[in-house]
Write a protein that binds this ligand. Structure first.
Ligand code: ADP
Ligand code: MG
Ligand code: ZN
Length: 724
């Protein structure tokens, strides 16, 4: 019994199986092109949505699509994901028993399978037996995922991929779609040639990842800052990259001790341990992984919310690739890098490859670019895009440390002149620390006697050591000074630009970073965090029961939409991202019940009328939303406008308890009087109840008081008593 073939449009397939309303950018064009039988090379960043480009055609073609993928772990995840949405896909690999393989081959024979995933060595190995076998099947499309593996220029060359050239020779009429996230030009050009499809059309998407926010911080108290970040972002998954095995271990241990359970991952662990760490991460059993770069290849986890670099990566390509593992699902994610000059020095030693000056030179140049990327005063996103030869014309991306900092420049000509003349008068032979000591007139023995006699000695005593450090670094960044490495020692020398300052009185402007502002959140409607947590909890339970990663049940995007638009019935649910037919059938009522129950308790109304398919994000993203501290103020304004707690909760789509919480805080701070919330004659009874049962839990107080007293009134009085 084969699958009944009914023609569906690409859009129908996207909706029915994936539960998505619209295609992204180029997806539809690529799909149409492939459906016409053409060869294509698709270059799209990680998370761009490459899979859909061959999975949708696979469901429309009458026969079978063969997908070549380099890693068994990735294949298995994709197959599981497809099966979970009702798409018949499977994989054949060497780890299966003969019986298992026979069953699968039977299903293929019966035309029951739409996508077959295999490793490249399987395809061409065994004296071409498998290729012969394929010739008997109605193969309609070959999809070659991670196609950069075919190029020796790529970062992940696999010789087995070269055999893929056989495909076009053996199946001249079957279209090939090759997909990669490689941003590197030489690799891109090489793919079509090596696959024997030189006339393939190349589809290139933008490499901008707007949902990833980029932060590069000087490494001063990195560990403390990481803790602070984790404290603010509980329950989310993230990866922290570090340079050495040892440091991943120490960092993971420390984080665990500090209350953030983390596992470490590096090439020194045995295969079983590594597999377990990956599995635990996918299943949300461990949220934080501290890893060397070895981690990430075999992982397509869509909800990685942050990627941190505890050490500087060795080049911009690696940085882009590693940070790219965040936010595949398109939701806001952070990329945070802690930058120190010390790391660059360590990496420099690694980059010097013995007996290969040419390669060392390339590596060092790439490292140099990485270093200037870190220290430059420019939009990170713009620099990244330009590094990959893509134009970025926005003048403020609103989502990187540079664009989110308020800065002021000031005339620093005199400061610069002092610094530069200190360099000049010590004959360009010293490093920053020594120069600062000279400028500040240090009495230390380290300072040469003759340097205590020069004019610049002590001329900068009014400026602190720390501040001089900042100034020197910026003078280097702006190329008024240049750092020269000399073994373990580095010294500063003057540049063309500095001569203009010293001899032609050219003005110098330095910037002073004032404060960091919060990024404007895209989702202005705002989702109900409490409901989101409830839904997440249920998802985790369902996933554990089925033994699959939670994201296979439903993605974070779906949960956010549920807790934003509050669907009330199945036809509402069809409009929620990720709810295709199967997901509605399997989990629809469970999730609906939670949403409905939550709405009832908190007296919330559905907001489905505000959901405009796909486009709403863009339309709304221009409006400035309210930051976290503004949310409480908004409650206060509405309260002052005479609205009841219930009204405010409904209007703001927040839980009543949340609104009560906000108001209690204002009682505590004295902005609201307790009598504005509780009738005066009720207060003594509430106080009495609190004295009797304590103020740790609300329910016993409520039980003590009975029907006539609400939780809100109790919370208000507790706040009032705390105010004392
Ligand atoms: P890539 O292979 O390019 O890294 P994936 O194919 O894994 O990306 O897709 C990344 C995420 O985007 C997945 O969660 C996928 O379901 C989702 N996605 C893809 N296309 C769409 C779409 N048109 N609408 C909504 N989500 C999509
Ligand atoms: Mg992919
Ligand atoms: Zn920016």
């Amino acid at each position: 019994m084969g699958i009944n073939f009914i023609f569906m449009s690409p859009k129908d397939v996207l909706k029915k199986y994936f539960g998505y309303e619209v295609f992204r950018d180029t997806q539809e064009k690529i799909i149409d092109f492939v459906l016409k039988g053409n060869d294509a090379v698709v270059v799209m960043p990680t998370g761009g949505g490459k899979s859909v480009c061959f999975q949708v055609p696979a469901m429309i073609f009458p026969g079978i699509t063969i997908v070549i993928s380099p890693l068994i772990a990735l294949m298995k995840d994709q197959v599981d994901g497809l099966n979970a949405i009702g798409i018949p896909a499977t994989t054949l690999n060497s780890s299966m028993s003969n019986d298992e393989q026979r069953i699968i081959i039977n299903r293929i024979q019966n035309n029951e399978i739409k996508l077959l995933y295999i490793a490249p060595e399987r395809l061409t190995g065994d004296g071409g037996r498998f290729l012969n076998y394929l010739q008997q099947l109605p193969v309609c499309l070959f999809a070659i995922d991670e196609a950069h593996c075919v190029s020796m220029w790529g970062h992940d060359f696999r010789p087995e991929y070269l055999q893929m050239a056989l495909l076009k020779k053996t199946f001249p009429n079957v279209p090939i779609i090759a997909l990669t996230a490689s941003a590197d030009k030489i690799t891109r050009a090489d793919i079509a040639e090596k696959l024997g499809i030189p006339d393939a059309k190349i589809f290139i998407s933008s490499f901008n990842r707007p949902n990833i926010h980029y932060f590069i911080e000087r490494k001063k108290n990195a560990y403390g800052e990481i803790l602070e970040y984790l404290e603010k972002h509980k329950n989310v998954s993230g990866i922290i990259y570090a340079l050495s095995r040892k440091s991943t271990e120490t960092l993971a241990e420390n984080l665990t001790e500090d209350g953030f359970p983390a596992a470490c991952y590096h090439a020194g662990l045995d295969a079983a341990t590594r597999a377990k760490v990956q599995e635990d991460f996918k299943k949300d059993k461990v949220k934080i992984i501290v890893a060397t770069i070895a981690f990430g290849m075999g992982i397509d986890k869509p909800d990685v919310r942050f990627v941190m670099h505890y050490n500087v990566p060795k080049n911009i390509e690696s940085y882009y690739q590693e940070t790219g593992r965040a936010g595949r699902d398109g939701l806001h994610s952070d990329a945070i890098l802690y930058y120190s000059y010390g790391d660059i020095t360590v990496l420099k030693n690694f980059a010097s490859i013995e007996n290969n000056p040419q390669q060392s030179d390339i590596l060092l140049k790439k490292l140099d670019k990485m270093a200037s990327f870190c220290s430059a005063n420019q939009c990170r996103r713009k620099m990244l895009m330009e590094y990959f030869n893509e134009e970025y014309t926005e003048n403020n991306c609103g989502s990187c440390d540079f664009c989110l900092s308020k800065r002021e420049t000031f005339d620093a000509t005199v400061i610069a002149q002092k610094a530069l003349s200190a360099v000049l008068r010590t004959e360009e032979r010293f490093g920053i620390n020594y120069l600062i000591d000279v400028l500040r007139g240090s009495k230390s023995e380290k300072i040469w006697k003759q340097h205590k006699e020069i004019k610049t000695y002590g001329i900068g005593a009014d400026i602190s050591k720390e501040l001089w450090n900042v100034y020197f670094k910026e003078l280097i960044d702006q190329q008024y000074l240049k750092r020269i490495e000399d073994g373990n020692f580095s010294h500063l020398v003057l540049t063309e630009k500095s001569k203009d300052v010293l001899y032609r009185n050219e003005k110098v402007y330095l910037t002073q970073q004032e404060e960091r502002i919060e990024a404007v959140e895209e989702n202005v409607l705002g989702f109900d965090k409490e409901l989101f947590e409830q839904l997440r909890f249920v998802r985790t339970e369902l996933a554990a029961k089925e033994g699959v990663p939670p994201y296979l049940i439903l993605g974070d995007v779906s949960l956010q939409e549920l807790s934003t638009f509050l669907p009330q019935n199945t036809s509402d649910l069809e409009k929620i991202s990720g709810f295709g037919e199967i997901k509605i059938e399997k989990y629809g009522s469970q999730f609906l019940n939670i949403v409905k129950g939550y709405c009832e308790i908190n007296r919330l109304h559905s907001k489905m009328d505000q959901k405009r398919s796909g486009k709403q994000k863009k339309v709304l993203s221009k409006i400035k939303p309210t930051g976290p501290s503004d949310t409480k103020k908004q409650t206060l304004y509405l309260f002052r406008a005479g609205k009841t707690i219930t009204d405010i909760a409904a209007e703001r789509s927040l839980a009543i308890t949340t609104i009560e919480g906000h108001l209690s805080e204002f009682i505590l701070s004295g902005e609201i009087k307790v009598t504005e919330i509780v009738e005066e004659n009720k207060i003594p009874a509430i106080k009495l109840a609190i004295k009797n049962v304590g103020d740790q839990k609300l329910t016993p107080i409520k039980e003590f008081l009975g029907e006539n007293y609400s939780f809100g009134e109790i919370r208000a009085v507790i706040a009032e008593m705390k105010r004392g």
